[in-house]
Write a protein that binds this ligand. Structure first.
Ligand code: ADP
Ligand code: MG
Length: 314
């Protein structure tokens, strides 16, 4: 399975290019899923169909479409987090999380974690069903935070494992001092295997490592969509810096909406970005007049520059 994230400033053409690339890959005989992570979905509008959280087949093709419901993912994420807390700390009644459930939704970071959970689910559940997964991303800031999350979370988890090991070690010492258990008190586990907290931490590490290795794999491409203007260039540069810091692969640059008049600006945008990442594949997409046929963008080959050999891959 190969994946492509279409990133860039709002309005540059991420959804249009995601839709067109997905359509073309499906036409070449691939099983393709195009999924939108942008809360302001318009994938359904592009294809003229009603979409939801559920994967929907587009007509009788091998193209499948989905609009990820981040609100729903956030609820699922919070519910599972509360579930884990209750399971892990079942010997205390200190947590009455239900009381806080409503306001937890507004905690900073919930949106990002919800997107991460949805992404993890996507990679885990759908990878055997599709040759390509195309992801239409939300605004740049949120996208970068989502892409950074596996790495950030892994750093925290490693620290938590260290702390937990110390706790278990102390418990072991105390256990040895107090001698045999009389069976009446609560026995706290002191081995890694018995400890639910440690098991959960290890599970989470495995999950996030899997997502991180997907993101960094040669089969992943973060495609950058830019327009020939300074604002979209500035935002693209933030993505270039962010993805470099995260060691994530920006492989393709689409300069969209190019005309005879803005060709000079297109040259400049390309030069600036290629200076940072010289080996990026480059594709210009012309600006179409709104009175041209509806499927204008569908007819330009976008799959070549994606850096993956065309044709069926599974
Ligand atoms: N090459 C193009 N020529 C003409 N209009 C375009 C082109 N690419 C995108 N558009 C239009 O620009 C607007 C924004 O595109 P969209 O794909 O929704 O951007 P994003 O998803 O990045 O916000 C839409 O109205 C779309 O039809
Ligand atoms: Mg969009």
């Amino acid at each position: 399975m190969k994946s492509v994230f279409f990133t860039g400033k709002g309005g540059v053409g991420k959804s249009s290019l995601s839709a067109a690339a997905g359509w073309q890959l499906a036409e070449q005989g691939n099983r393709v899923l195009v999924t939108s992570f942008d809360p302001a979905h318009n994938l359904g509008d592009i294809f003229g169909v009603q979409l939801s959280h559920k994967t929907t087949r587009y007509q009788k093709t091998s193209l499948y479409l989905q609009e990820t419901d981040l609100e729903k993912s956030a609820q699922e994420y919070l519910r599972s987090s509360v579930g884990i807390l209750e399971e892990v700390y079942s010997y205390t009644r200190a947590f009455n999380m239900d009381k806080y459930f409503g306001i937890l939704r507004y905690s900073p970071g919930v949106e990002e974690y919800a997107a991460l959970v949805a992404m993890e689910h996507l990679f885990r559940e759908e990878q055997q069903n599709f040759d390509y997964i195309i992801i239409d991303t939300p605004p740049t800031g949120l996208t970068l935070r989502i892409l950074a999350l596996p790495k950030v979370t892994l750093a925290w988890l490693e620290r938590l494992v260290e702390i937990r090991l110390k706790i278990l070690d102390k418990r072991y010492t105390i256990h040895n001092i107090t001698g045999k258990h009389d069976g009446k008190e609560t026995k706290l586990p002191y081995t890694e295997e018995e400890d639910t907290v440690m098991r959960k931490l290890r599970e989470m590490i495995t999950r996030y490592e899997t997502v991180q290795s997907f993101l960094q794999s040669p089969d992943n491409n973060i495609a950058l969509v830019c327009n020939p203007d300074i604002l979209s260039l500035k935002e693209s540069q933030r993505l270039v810096t962010g993805t470099k810091e995260l060691a994530l692969p920006l492989r393709t640059l689409f300069v969209n909406k190019v005309t005879d008049e803005n060709e000079y600006a297109a040259d400049r945008v390309e030069k600036e970005i290629l200076r940072e990442i010289p080996d990026m594949e480059l594709r210009r997409v012309p600006l179409y007049r709104q009175d041209e046929p509806e499927c204008y963008i569908m007819n330009i080959d976008l799959t070549g520059p994606l850096g993956f050999a065309p044709g069926r891959t599974a």
